[in-house]
Design a protein. Sequence first.
Lengths: 439, 424
Amino acid sequence: MTTNVPFLNTPYGGYLHNQVPPEDDELTHVGPGTPGGEWLRRFWHPVAVAEDLKNLPIAIRILDEELVLFRDGSGKIGLLELHCSHRGTSLEFGQIQKKGIRCCYHAWLYDIDGKILDTPGEPADSTLKDRLYHGAYPTLEYEGLVFAYMGPPDKRPVFPVYDSYHIKPDLPIAVETRYVQHSWPANWLQIRENALDISHFYFLHSMPGNGLGEGDAAVAADEMYSTLGSYDAAKHVEEYLDTPIGLACIDSRRVGDKVWVLITEYVPPTFNQIPEIEGDMKNRYAYNRAPWLRWWTVPIDDTNTMHIGYWYARAKDGEVQREAGFGLTAERPYEVRQQVPGDYDAQVSQRPIEVHALEHLANTDQGIIMLRNMVRRGIRAVQQNEDPEGVSFQDNGTISTYCHDRVLDAAPAPTPKEDQELLRTLGRQVMDEYVANLA
Amino acid sequence: VSTPTRTNVPFLNMPYGGYFHNDVPQEDTELTHVGPGTPGGEWFRRFWQPVIIADELKDLPVAIRILGEDLVVFRDGSGRIGLLELHCSHRGTSLEFAQIEEHGIRCCYHAWLYNVDGRILETPGEPTDSTLKDRLCHGAYPTKEYKGLLFAYMGPLEKQPPFPLFDTYDMPGYIEAPGVNYVWACNWLQVRENAMDPAHFLFLHAIEGNEGFTEDFQQIGEIDFMETPVGMVYIDTRRMGDLVWVRVTDYIAPNIHQGCDLGEDIAARDGNRPTVTRWAVPIDDTNTMQIGYWRAREEGKIPSAVGFGQMPDRPYEERQRVPGDADAQVAQRPIAVHALEHLATSDRGVITLRNMTKQSIKAVKENQSPLKGADHRENEPISTYSQERVFRIPPAATPEEDTLLLRNTGRGVVEASIKKSSER
């Protein structure tokens, strides 16, 4: 648990506040045997884009384990411990075979499930290969991504198929399915928290030059704030609530005579869906179901995280980009990032692992608090030998999700306070109707 | 709180004895560590320290690290300077990505606005009746902009000393400006010790190709050390025919060096005062920034770059052939391990500096004021001792007598200066 530092209440008080306490390791550490790591190991995680598996193996690190991923000559995908069971040579230098992968050093041959098929340097009557297995994890290729399960075999849940996988967008502005994939040098939790932090749209993404805000985008259709902080609280309401599969945020925005209700969601352990937020109001339909972004924050280790998933992109010429938008990498020049910071800059700079004991969570952080509580519940359930929320051992078919957005005709109420109440009511109605339709 | 852990290793006295000497003991943590709560760090936090050259503060905030703390420094739209904790009090985003405002700085993530003193002026995402901003302050440190450098005080506010004004500032006949600052990847103490080690001139700086040092420095002078009210000096007195040349260099607690420049005729040196006042500011335990003022007698004579061997950016082979100060000092290890040293006659100055520092650290640890360098009064110039004097004194009858004469002449210069300053 974390140490609390003093609530600083004097000007020029830096000296009273100059020790940095440790991070909350229960929530943030992901390695084998850690509470958070054991919880994460009860779920399927995407680990690679399947089209990247060509004729060479790929060294990857997931949940602080070094692994090798490859597709063998018969088309099967293997996810094995990186280092050969013989004398540790990395299998990123292994030779892919018709069946399995052969270490380059002494040619031990491994099947995709870890079975040792051949140890050619051993005597013909050696039984070593029949008695020993190399570490392997089950994988599943689905809609272009490779998923892995890295937990105890007897706790392997059914692979979850969300209804949104099969809904194509009908907006003229978003037509092409692409993969998102990029890695950030920060802990997974703070990156996932950002998805339950709608208010940052109104600050970070309201800054002129922030690509998410170009056109009418991120903030509200025709509503760009002139500078950071010129935010008008009366023009939006956000509410966070539990869903049967996780958490959702209802974000209701006043845009002239219309109200735009966006519902984003989080599904444990790291999945997030966001409706289309680009484009202006005149190009939006009254009801949009297809999530713009469906992505996971997969922990590489305690201080590195891979964003991976799908997004619908505007059709553009040229190469397929795996960045889903502005400010998602450190590639821009430092000065430019300082002038117009993006998500990468805001979240990575929270420290490699954000120190909760130094934070002051406030009204805008209700979603963060609910998310942390949900994660902690899951971690503690696993610690107590229970199954965490969000895993199922029975195939109940496609899983309903809640992400969507609607544009409603609703003239502003007479006063800002009444209008906020109206926004809140309309937001709740949108969610209630959606849930009723599911039933 | 760390304690000194000086493990003594055997004094090795056999050939091929490496195996008996292969443990590297820990550094002297009390003298060398600078982070919050360490004895050395708390001592350092009782002094004003320069942290950046003021004209580096333009329209973007600058992330810096001082005494092991991550900070952001900026000049707001109204010209005031803020030195704040780097990470936002809300959810930790670095304020190097914050937006500078007319008054204060605004975090990019949720737009909390901080004043230069750490007060929170706005939290626009919070309800209008929220009192959070009235109850909470962000960590901040007092600063002072002086003659082109920005200084900070990072200690307890009730212990804040007056801003120190040395008598070498604004001297008639001199112009001065902030010098180029540069960072070495080693502990501050070994960098500062070099200033009290005149012997290295005769060796390191006498290597052919080591530029910037005149031949005058390649003969052995009579070297002596004295404590002063603000620190200590070394006195280097040389016989040059009928002339006696006395060169005095200051160490001023906690980490300041003042010395006279290296390149004029002997006769013209009489009355010189230091051309450099330089701090070795700890960035953290293993990184040190040298920053300070440079002075010259004439306009245009202030150097525009650091001298030979001060930057570790020459090609490695060239540095091996002709090492400079950066190479010699950084190579003492990231933190020099005192328990492995064999201090010798040439190291009297280093020993005195360490003892002085150790006693002052101990005083702060025992809730007293630092022993030197922090007892000055507001707006009163602080006497310092670095200078050059040249006297016409014919050699004494024997070499032994002349050595004594040189030593007495040198000490006399410093004694007279100390007497003069105590009368003031």
